[in-house]
Design a binder for this molecule. Sequence first.
Ligand code: UN1
Length: 476
Amino acid sequence: MDVNKNLIGGVWEDGASVTENLNPAQPDEVVGRYARSDTEAVKAAVAAAAQAFEGWANASPQIRADLLDAVGTRILAEKDEIGRLLAREEGKTLAEAIGETIRAGHLFKFFAGEALRVEGDLVASVRAGVDVEVTREPLGVVGLITPWNFPIAIPAWKIAPALAYGNTVVFKPAELTPACAHLLARLLHECGCPPGVFNLVMGQGSVIGPALTAHPDVTAISFTGSEGIGAGLAMECARSRKKLQMEMGGKNPMVVLDDANLDTAVDTCLNGAFFSTGQRCTASSRLIVQAGIHDRFVDALTQKMQALVVGDPLDGAVQMGPVSSQSQLDGNLGYVTLAGEEGAEVIGGSRRDRPGYFQDPALFLGASNDMRICQEEIFGPCASVIKVGDFDEALAVANDTRFGLSSGICTTSLAHARAFKRRSSAGMVMVNLPTAGVDYHVPFGGRKGSSFGAREQGRYAVEFFTSVKTAYVNAG
Ligand code: UN1
């Protein structure tokens, strides 16, 4: 099997060694072989990106728009094959994988348009005869570090705006999912991306991440990943004065009030908690349910959860794929044990007796919000159910977390929906919709420990990927 290489300065380059990308549904199946780089590759990629910056920053925005549009077109045209590759390397179902691929295509097309919409302000100075111009300029070389759970959409929502606004890129994907990352690099290359404008460096996060973050010629880092890695990265970026954007964990609450439509509530929670095998930072992991609907809700959700078809992502009947890796599975099973130890009633959650990292979805009933299972991000198909008396208690429990990415409420009361929307301490609030599964053209991001820096996606992406310049002009 050929080794898929890094892309540095427009040339496909070997890494220091090679890793195998395995299918989590059948870990003896090799999806592909990929370069595993050392820090020399980071240095070469940053040098190439720095050299390409001047040309790309000053290129006509039409050139940038055309490139992104062409990549978006290719992604959409090849969505079925790309989705299959994604499902094989990450483990989400084929339908979810194709959906994610379409999202990536749309992201490239959205930012193709945005490349032509970089606006500024012309303001009258307080001094007569002087004009003040406020314009936006690209940052320089940006480092993009992405996780394994959305191996094409998250890279797309960082790469597309970075390039649209005139930056050059060094992209470091998760080591677990290099296939979609490599494919994106190939599409950019084939669509005529100039050498050095986009560079791919694959390898271990603990080797490549710090080298990229500490490099003096990298101006900004956009990172999606775990809280622990984010904390170290933030220290390094503060030391080396880099602009930083981070999306990290969540412990997202979904409130179900007595006045909710039961079917809507059950379907919303089923999707939010278990789709994509619960491996979304936006997953609903705390179901906060009012006493009057609690038992009916738990019965109906348990039935639907147990009826979920768990199995090979490429099988069209399957609704939930495997967990992404052995270590992730071990972590999930540890939380299932902990749930019992903390006094919750555990339904499901066992490891499936078959090859691959398969686990039954799990509900932890009778949980209280101070339990570790309700405070720590599990990142698997596990959700706690917390019973509450009224709306005020539900809201207080929902906000009682160090995270603040997404939150939701199922209710038919306009007053409760409005109050929740305004008082929830999360960056995104959903009414009668799952906490996960967001649109591609509006801001994405959270508060508190979930996020840091400017929002991603939509028009708001310009805040992170550009720097504002204020120019004073005396015409006289
Ligand atoms: C979604 O819920 O549609 O890593 C996207 C994550 C998030 C993306 C979630 N950054 O799960």
